[in-house]
Design a protein around this ligand. Structure first.
Ligand SMILES: Nc1ncnc2c1ncn2[C@@H]1O[C@H](COP(=O)(O)OP(=O)(O)O)[C@@H](O)[C@H]1O
Ligand SMILES: [Mg+2]
Length: 267
């Protein structure tokens, strides 16, 4: 199908911001990613669909250098990361924020300190500056004023939004969202989807989402890719993916529509 062509319509916006070329990653000899190609264009919302264990989180971790490929290349803003030193990855991670699966807040730290963590590490802000930035980020995710709360006091939806507030603290160009709606009820899931769209607009940024939530994917994505057998078997607009005749895509779409409970299935 037409949608399998990489880079369109994203290519119209210029060179890819993050590109994976022939990436292979094995665990215990078994390839999880197997010659995978993917080009994320600047400014787009790209969503990667795939079943549990298909390698979605592994793929995202390659984009921030938390995992290194066994073969193939990760190219960030035109630079081959094979030549990166650790400090280049540190710099890249300031531009590419990663919202981990399951929020992953520091439970012993207040909401404020969770969000301030990266600010203290990277910026020479005084305490008033930190307070201001934390307040802005909480405001952006619709949670103004909860600085003093502890993560354990928050609902699942609020924890996810605090994780997003932490991710945007350093004004990243790209935000990677790992299963941002998993475990949320439909209303909270929709709120997260709206938040991703509004942040992309406000930061003039790029978003990569991995999920098996079809409602989210088809509501907000510019392009959708389908991960199966270690590769992107289909890439296209929402309409193109919905119309795909590929068995891997049809089976995935049918399975997720029949079993919306899978959305809360972790992984
Ligand atoms: N650090 C690791 N060591 C060994 N196996 C791993 C590691 N990370 C992921 N895997 C395996 O790779 C496969 C894909 O994992 P993952 O990317 O987390 O799947 P998902 O698509 O659900 O996010 C799984 O079989 C998982 O067990
Ligand atoms: Mg995962």
């Amino acid at each position: 199908m037409e949608g399998r062509e990489q880079g369109e319509p994203g290519a119209q916006r210029g060179a890819p911001l993050i590109e994976l070329v022939g990436v292979t990653k094995r665990f215990g000899g078994r390839p999880v990613l197997n010659g995978l190609d993917l080009a994320v264009a600047r400014g787009e919302i790209f969503t990667l669909l795939g079943g549990s264990g298909s390698g979605k989180s592994v793929l995202l971790k390659h984009m921030v250098g938390l995992l290194r490929p066994d073969a193939g290349r990760i190219v960030i803003d035109g630079r081959d990361s094979a030549r990166f030193r650790e400090r280049d990855w540190v710099a890249a991670r300031r531009r590419i924020a990663y919202v981990f699966q399951g929020a992953a807040l520091f439970d012993s730290l207040s909401v404020k300190e969770n969000i301030a963590y990266g600010l203290r590490e990277h910026l020479a802000l005084d305490e008033a500056g930190i307070d201001r930035r934390v307040a802005e980020c909480l405001e952006a995710v619709g949670l103004a004023g909860i600085e003093a709360r502890m993560p354990a006091e928050l609902s699942g939806g609020m924890r996810k939004r605090v994780a997003v507030a932490r991710a945007i603290a350093l004004a990243p160009e790209v935000i990677l969202y790992d299963e941002p709606t998993t475990g949320l009820d439909p209303a909270n899931a929709r709120r997260i989807g709206q938040l991703i769209v509004s942040l992309r607009r406000e930061l003039d940024g790029t978003a990569v989402i991995v999920t098996h939530d079809l409602d989210l994917a088809f509501a907000i994505s510019d392009r959708v890719g389908m991960l199966a057998n270690g590769r992107l078997v289909a890439v296209g607009t929402c309409d193109e993916i919905r119309a795909s005749r590929l068995p891997e895509v049809q089976e995935f779409l049918a399975g997720e529509l029949e079993a919306p409970a899978a959305r809360t299935g972790g992984a």
